[in-house]
Structure formats: C-alpha cells, structure tokens
Design a binder for this molecule. Sequence first.
Ligand SMILES: [Mn+2]
Length: 314
Amino acid sequence: MTIYKQIKEVIEKYDKIIILRHIVPDGDAYGSQLGLKELIKTNYPNKEVYAFGEEIGYLKHAGTPDVFTDEAIFKDALVIVTDCGNVERIDNQNYDKGAFLLKIDHHPDATPYGDLSWVDVNYTSASEMVGDLAVNNNWEITPVAARVIYHGICTDSGRFLFGGITPRTFEVCARLIETGFDVFEMYKTMYKRSFPVLALQSELIASAKVTDHKVGYVILTDELMKKYNLSYDENGKFSNLLKDIEGIDIWITFSIREDGKWRVEFRSNGIAVNELAVKWGGGGHKMAAGAIINNLDEAMQIVEDANQIIIDNE
Ligand SMILES: [Mn+2]
C-alpha cells in the first residue's frame, strides 16, 4: 500500500484530528499544518480538526492557528505533526496524549517518532508533501488550502531557488494554481518590505564579519531590533542576507530573542551545517539549520566551529 493510502486510511479512522508543527513556525510549518487542516475539513466535513500552536504576526495573511485550551482535547485524537524533525521542537508537548501519532516531515529523520511516519528529505517542504498527499488521494483542493500550501513551498524553497526542486514540485504547484487562488496577490503580500527592515538590512550587511575560512556572520542585537522597531517574531527574516556573496561558504545569523537567548540560523552553499546545529542543541537540513544559544560567547564558539568544518572539508 502506498504511503498516501496509508495516511488516508488513518485519517478516515479518527473523528478528531489535531495537527501540530514546530515551535517558531515558518511559512512551511503553517502551510503543511493549516493546509492539511483545510484539506481534511473539505474532504471529511464531519471530522473535528484542530491546528494548534503559536500564532506569528507576519504570517497572518497565510492563516490562523486554533487557540489551545486544554490537554483533554487530545484524548482519542489522531495527532499529526508536520515539518518537525524532533519531538522537543513540537509546538504542544501533549503530542503523545492522542490515540495515534503520525509524522509528516522532510527533515533528516534524526530522532524518529510516531506510530506511522512519512519522512522524505527529497521534498522541498512539508507543504509539498501535503500537496502531494492531496493530489495522490484525489482530494478536493480549495483555493484557501492551495494558497497556504503554495506559500509554504515558496518559503522553504526560496521560491524554487534553493536545491531540492523536482518535477514533482512543479506538478504539485500546478495542481495548486489550478484552484484559481490569486498567486500575484500572494507574492505581493509575502514580499512586501518595510523601509525600516531595509535600513536594518543595510546596517547588518555593513556590520557583517567574514573569517579567513569563508564563514560570514551577522548579529542582530536588541539595540538594532529596537532602533528599527522590529518585532521578535520577525528575527528570522535575515538568515539569507549573506547568501550568494563571493567569499562566503557558510553564513550564520545570530538574532536576539524576546527571552534574551539567541536564535542561530546556519546556511551554506554545499557544506553540511546540520551537524553543527545538532551540536548546539538544534537541528535542520543539510544546508539550512538552526539552534538556540544563551549568549554571544557561544556565538563566537560557533563561528570557530564553522571555521573548523570548512578546514575539515578542504
Ligand atoms: Mn520545512
């Protein structure tokens, strides 16, 4: 039996379905979670479906998660977790209180979980997986589902710019666009930039450091956040600021968080950085990973570690 059919059968078996994704959600977390919710609501209108997790201001245009009230709601539910490689990062730690746990993810399966697990790193995004699931099960796709799923594919693939694009990516996208949602409107909304963000980018670029081993990094301090009136949930916007710059093979973005810790985003143009993220308590993809650290002393150790990775690769 195909995985599409297996997942369909599991969904059909449960009256109540709770969909979760990773903490600090991005476009793909939203796309896979809210897209799957909309698909199930459309194709199985009698089911109770919830999508729990933190709401992110800049993703408001993509959709709105449900408000979680009580862990009792997990009783007898099918729990589906999308776009989340490890259980520690699931945004709702009651994930194991349901009747059945299904994992749908495109990150390396470092710490497998779930009664049924569909993990495939050959997808651009968990959103593409959800879209592919809909296509293969001949599910009706509404323009609302299509928009949030397409948005998730665009954000995780850099709008088809990063590696990992396959003919299937475009086949899924074709089916999504067929629903008639307004793609141009979506692009206009997702790429809208504010002048303060541009000014902040320019200051970050001017302050960027590059080591002798082609590791580039920027530090988004609390001072800069306040100067440009940026909200903390937008601190992930700058992870590709140093992409495509000659002389930089690994680029790292350190951003202050609301709780005083630092968000670290690792990116590279080929060298594996996910092991480095794992070393610092995070995880992710080979060339795009993240972690959370305590202070800038640790940040400087990370830069040293990245230098060492490049030396080891030479
Ligand atoms: Mn993803």
